[in-house]
Design a binder for this molecule. Structure first.
Ligand SMILES: Nc1ncnc2c1ncn2[C@@H]1O[C@H](COP(=O)(O)OP(=O)(O)OP(=O)(O)O)[C@@H](O)[C@H]1O
Ligand SMILES: [Mg+2]
Length: 228
């Protein structure tokens, strides 16, 4: 589903953010991306939703070489890839319902589609009863659930999360990661970039560790945050 072949990313200022990355994530697969600040985690996620184009090698997402994508086709790729960030990036003057619905407005969905899909997505993240609340009336964990609902409302086959628990306490972090793992079980290919050692070590998932732009470890199953 996601295939990086000898990928390098050099930013215009000369920073080598990723070097010679080979990474394959199968359909419905899951991987944590770990590594210290500056290791290249966000850059790697940026490649998958074509926020960043590789300067070497090839990135293939759902059979499509992203570098060869016609600019007019980029929105179609983005519809396949939901993204969740550390800062929830909700619109403060819109309700939970409207925040999630907004992701459908952006892709030109009609009213009927919205009324069908928004409740399903809110139900999925366990926030149906908060539909009319505003973001400031929610806990941080609930806000992150809204941003996950928004990322999923288009039914993307791929979900990327960049430090999704960075603003959450340990218990809430664990709840959010369990939600993400549930979503992965429901046929969503997923990459989660994280600093959260506790969360990674509590799961039994694949762990891809980056250091200075290189993959230094790829523990296919039962990976721990640090190499043993
Ligand atoms: N737009 C940019 N221009 C130049 N250099 C950049 C840019 N974005 C990131 N970098 C550099 O690329 C490297 C990788 O950055 P990246 O944001 O991918 O790391 P990260 O692992 O996500 O770090 P963090 O854990 O702090 O989020 C770093 O050295 C960073 O300074
Ligand atoms: Mg980052």
């Amino acid at each position: 589903m996601i295939d990086l072949q000898s990928v390098g990313v050099r930013y215009p200022d000369g920073t080598e953010a990723l070097r010679d990355i080979d990474l394959h994530i199968e359909r419905d697969g899951f991987a944590f991306i770990t590594g210290p600040s500056g290791a290249g985690k966000s850059t790697l996620l940026g490649l998958v939703y074509r926020n960043i184009v590789p300067t070497a090698g090839k990135v293939v997402v759902d059979g499509q070489d992203v570098a060869k994508l016609h600019p007019g086709r980029v929105p179609f790729l983005r519809r396949k890839v939901g993204v969740v960030f550390q800062e929830f990036q909700l619109l403060p003057r819109k309700t939970v319902w409207e925040n999630v619905g907004f992701a459908l407005d952006v892709v030109g969905a009609g009213r009927r589609e919205k009324y069908h899909k928004v409740p399903i997505s809110l139900e999925l993240v366990g926030l149906a009863e908060k539909a009319d609340a505003f973001p400031h009336q929610l806990s941080a964990g609930q806000r992150q659930r809204v941003s996950i609902a928004r990322a999923l409302v288009n039914g993307p086959p791929i979900l990327l999360a960049d430090e999704p628990t960075g603003n959450l306490d340990p218990d809430t972090s664990w709840e959010i990661v369990q939600l993400l793992l549930n979503i992965n079980q429901q046929n969503t290919t997923m990459i989660v970039a994280t600093h959260d050692r506790e969360v990674v070590d509590r799961t039994n998932c694949r762990v891809v560790q980056l250091l200075q732009g290189y993959v230094v470890r790829d523990a296919k199953e039962g990976g721990k945050y640090d190499a043993p």
